[in-house]
Design a protein around this ligand. Structure first.
Ligand code: DAK
Length: 256
C-alpha cells in the first residue's frame, strides 16, 4: 500500500502529512482510511500530546477525490459508512492542529474544520465549492463553517463557491493564526509543543468543554464544563500545577 499519509514524531508531538501531492491531496477513500487509522493509533499513545495535520505548500487538500465520487452511487456511499471516519476524527482525545497552506477546499476544508484549530499560511485559500460539482458539503461543512463564521459568510462561501483568503478566514474566526508563507508548518509545530507542555488531562477536558460550546446549547455546556472542572481537579497534575505555581517552579505533569 503506498504511503498516502506520512507520520513523524518530534518528542511529545506527531506530525501527520497528507501525501498525494499530484492530486492536491484529494481525499480518496484509501487516503481517508490511512489517515483515520494513523490518527487513532497516535491517539491511543499517551506519549503523544498534540498532533499536527499538514498538507504541502500548494494544498492542504482540494476536497474529496472527484474521480472516485463520480464512480460512486449514493447507495455505495451509504453502505461504505465513510462518514463514520469523520466522526472518529471528531472523537479524538489528542488536540489536533490543521496546518494549512494553499488550497483547503470541500472535504479538505471540512477536515480542517474538524480539527481543533487551524494555523494557516498567508497563501491559504478556504472554500466549499461542492455545489459546483453538483453536491453539497457532506462532512460537516454546512454546520461547522456556519458556526465558525456565521450565516452570511457561510452562505456566501457555500452557495457562490468563492474562496476565502487567509486574512478573511482569520477575520471571520475560521482560523486561529496566519503566518508568512514558509512559516506555516513551523508555527503549527510551535503551537503543538506549547499545547503538549500543558497538563494532559486538563487539556483533554478543556478541548471537550470547548467542543460542547460549539456543538450544543449554552446551559448544557456550562453544566458540562463544571463537571469536567471537578474531574480535572481530581488529577495529580492539578495538585502539581497549583503547587508548582506556589513554589515558583516549572510543573512536571505526568498525565495522571
Ligand atoms: N479530486 C481529484 N483530483 C483532484 C482534485 C479533487 N478534488 N483537485 C485537484 N485534483 C487533481 C487534478 O485533477 C489534477 O490532476 P491531473 O490532471 O494533473 O492528473 C491535479 O490535481 C492538479 O489540479 P489542477 O490541474 O486542477 O490544478 P490547478 O492549480 O489548475 O487548480 C484547483 C487547482 C484546486 C482550483 C482545482 O484543482 C479544483 O478546482 N479542484 C477541485 C476542487 C473541488 O471542487 N473540491 C470539492 C470536491 S467535492 C463525503 C464527504 C465529503 C465529501 C463527499 C462525500 N462522504 C463522507 C460520503 C466532499 C466532497 C468534495 O470535497
Amino acid at each position: 500500500m503506498s504511503e498516502l499519509v506520512l507520520t513523524e514524531r518530534e518528542g511529545a508531538i506527531a506530525v501527520v502529512t497528507l501525501n498525494r501531492p499530484d492530486a492536491l491531496n484529494a481525499l480518496s477513500d484509501a487516503l481517508m482510511e490511512q489517515l483515520v487509522s494513523t490518527l487513532l493509533e497516535l491517539d491511543r499513545d499517551e506519549e503523544v500530546r498534540c498532533i499536527v495535520l499538514a498538507g504541502n505548500d500548494k494544498a492542504f487538500a482540494a476536497g474529496a477525490d472527484i474521480a472516485e465520487l463520480a464512480r460512486s452511487s449514493a447507495i455505495d456511499l451509504y453502505y461504505q459508512r465513510r462518514i463514520e471516519r469523520w466522526d472518529a476524527i471528531r472523537g479524538l482525545w489528542t488536540p489536533l492542529i490543521a496546518a494549512v497552506s494553499g488550497y483547503c477546499l470541500g472535504g479538505g476544508c471540512e477536515l480542517a474544520l474538524a480539527c481543533d484549530l487551524i494555523v494557516a499560511s498567508e497563501s491559504a485559500k478556504f472554500g466549499q465549492p461542492e455545489t459546483g460539482v453538483g453536491v453539497l458539503p457532506g462532512a460537516g461543512g454546512t454546520q461547522r463553517l456556519t458556526r465558525a463564521v456565521g450565516k452570511a459568510l457561510a452562505m456566501d462561501v457555500i452557495l457562490s463557491g468563492r474562496f476565502l483568503s487567509a486574512d478573511e478566514a482569520l477575520a471571520a474566526g475560521l482560523v486561529a493564526r496566519v503566518v508568512a508563507e514558509g512559516e506555516w508548518l513551523d508555527e503549527a509545530k510551535r503551537v503543538a509543543q506549547e499545547i503538549a507542555s500543558k497538563a494532559p488531562i486538563a487539556t483533554r477536558l478543556a478541548k471537550e468543554a470547548v467542543d460542547r460550546a460549539y456543538e450544543g446549547p449554552l446551559q448544557l455546556g456550562l453544566e458540562y464544563e463544571r463537571r469536567l472542572l471537578y474531574l480535572a481537579f481530581a488529577s495529580d497534575d492539578a495538585k502539581e500545577g497549583l503547587t508548582a505555581f506556589m513554589e515558583k517552579r516549572k510543573p512536571e505533569f505526568k498525565g495522571r
